[in-house]
Design a protein around this ligand. Structure first.
Ligand code: GDP
Ligand code: IMO
Ligand code: MG
Length: 421
């Protein structure tokens, strides 16, 4: 019996999950998203083309792949329909290779209005949400009010939509926020019609049948471990379990059926939105990381906050996910830095810590170890042996600290700019 392998982000998202899933897909028959929704933006580059996927699994461009939107995902039909149209424009028959769980929840236009109203009301303490309605949709899921994909097939779907919308309208009346969803509503129902062309499935059954039949499955995480609702930098997090545990609840897979866990991290660190970020740089080095790394959000276009690699946080994420293999992304972005720093500990209130604490606030002062940079272009390296010694020292240190091998290294956005050890 097969196990589900997992790709997930170990930082605050945007580690390069889309690229890695696209690279790994030839080894798998099925690719499944298990949590999150259109707050995700997963970039793929190949054959001179580029795409940003929000809801559709990143295996979609590979012939013969099956792409599953799992029960743990929340779907905004408008964004999904737009993505489908873009992929179909490239000649891919999306309906023949994508399945949607009947248990996945729908994001309503009023969820988006609630997200915006809540953020506006928070003022300076706002989370920096992508405003895709993620939080309100998951609130309705846990509050047992949500609309699910399977409901689309019920005769009273429109009525149920109206009931939930009425509840949201009452909630919105508590805010001063001005909104008009009439235009959004029309496209929302058009999106629902697009979704009807797809197979709605009991994906938990399908996934487990696949495992029994030895069909290989790769679960594609969204966001990152430090945005996890339970273990991230709460309240500056997203509303789902982004950790490996989310695969179990978001696909219906038993913990004993989890196989390889690929943990992805950037050779440095970024965050978009508010919240603590101990190694954030506010100087020209941070700006340099942003411009060289082109660190602007794939979903919102917002500039990403940039800083050095944080090994305290990375070790925490490795522990919480049971990572079996590390994947280091955007190594090329550090090409021209004469010194590279890595946080190996924290100082909080005069005390030194070597783990990621509950009190991870702006008060945390990182303790750095310095490395000599490699000061050369590594974009054309395709064999590990060809990397400069300084680069190998950097990788070896990360492996020694985390206790996990770095099995894949990315030196550029393209599929081909990847070194598998
Ligand atoms: P995801 O959300 O984890 O899929 O990551 P995003 O797509 O939001 O952000 C990663 C960005 O880095 C995208 O623009 C990728 O094209 C780009 N990227 C991925 N790997 C590399 C790499 O190794 N080097 C460089 N320079 N860019 C990369
Ligand atoms: P991918 O999958 C980076 C961040 C937002 C905000 C917080 C809550 O592309 O890595 P939400 O919209 O979920 O209510 O926002 O989480 N965030 C992400 N940051 N990458 C993402 O996805 C993100 N999805 C949400 O910026 O701080
Ligand atoms: Mg992204």
């Amino acid at each position: 019996m097969k196990k589900v392998d997992v790709v997930l982000g170990l930082q605050w998202g945007d580690e390069g999950k889309g690229k890695v899933v696209d690279v790994l897909t030839p080894n798998y028959k099925a690719i499944a998203r298990f949590q999150g929704g259109p707050n995700a933006g997963h970039s793929l580059h190949f054959d001179g083309d580029s795409f940003v996927l929000h809801t559709v699994p990143s295996g979609i461009f590979r012939d013969g792949s099956i792409n599953i939107i799992g029960n743990g995902v929340v779907i905004y039909p408008v964004i999904l329909a737009e993505e489908i149209a873009q992929i179909e424009a490239k000649g891919v028959d999306v309906a023949s290779r994508m399945l949607i769980s009947k248990r996945a929840h729908l994001i309503l236009p009023t969820h988006r209005a609630l997200d915006a109203a809540s953020e506006a009301a928070k003022g300076k303490t706002k989370i920096g949400s992508t405003l895709k309605g993620i939080g309100p949709a998951y609130m309705d899921k846990t509050g047992r009010n949500g609309l699910r994909v399977g409901d689309i097939l019920q005769p009273d779907f429109a009525e149920r939509y109206e009931t939930l919308k009425a509840k949201h309208t009452e909630m919105l009346a508590q805010y001063t926020y001005q909104y008009d969803i009439s235009a959004y509503e029309k496209e929302w129902f058009r999106g629902i019609e697009v979704m009807r062309r797809f197979r709605f499935v009991d994906s938990e059954q399908l996934v487990n049948d696949y495992l029994k039949e030895d069909v290989s499955i790769l679960a594609e995480g969204a966001q990152g471990s430090l945005l996890d609702i339970d273990f991230g930098t709460y309240p500056f997090v997203t509303s789902s379990n982004t950790l490996c545990a989310g695969v179990c609840t978001g696909l219906g897979v038993a913990p004993t059926r989890i196989g390889e866990v690929f943990g992805i991290f950037k050779a440095y660190c970024t965050r978009v939105g508010s919240g603590p970020f101990p190694t954030e740089l506010f100087d020209s080095t941070g700006e340099c990381l942003r411009s060289v790394g082109n660190e602007f959000g794939a979903t919102t276009g917002r500039p990403r906050r940039c800083g050095w690699l944080d090994l305290v946080a990375l070790k925490y994420a490795v522990m919480m996910n049971g990572v079996t293999a590390l994947i280091m992304m955007k190594s090329d972005v550090l090409n021209d830095f004469s010194t590279i720093k890595v946080a190996v500990g924290y100082e909080v209130g005069g005390k030194q810590l070597d783990y990621f604490p509950y009190e991870c606030s702006d008060e945390v002062v990182p303790i750095y170890k310095e490395f000599e940079g490699w000061n050369c272009d590594i974009c054309n390296v395709r064999n590990y042996d060809e990397f400069p010694q300084q680069f190998k020292d950097y990788v070896a240190f990360i492996e020694a600290e985390t206790g996990v091998p770095v099995k894949i290294i990315s030196v550029g956005p393209d599929r081909d700019e990847t070194i598998v050890r």
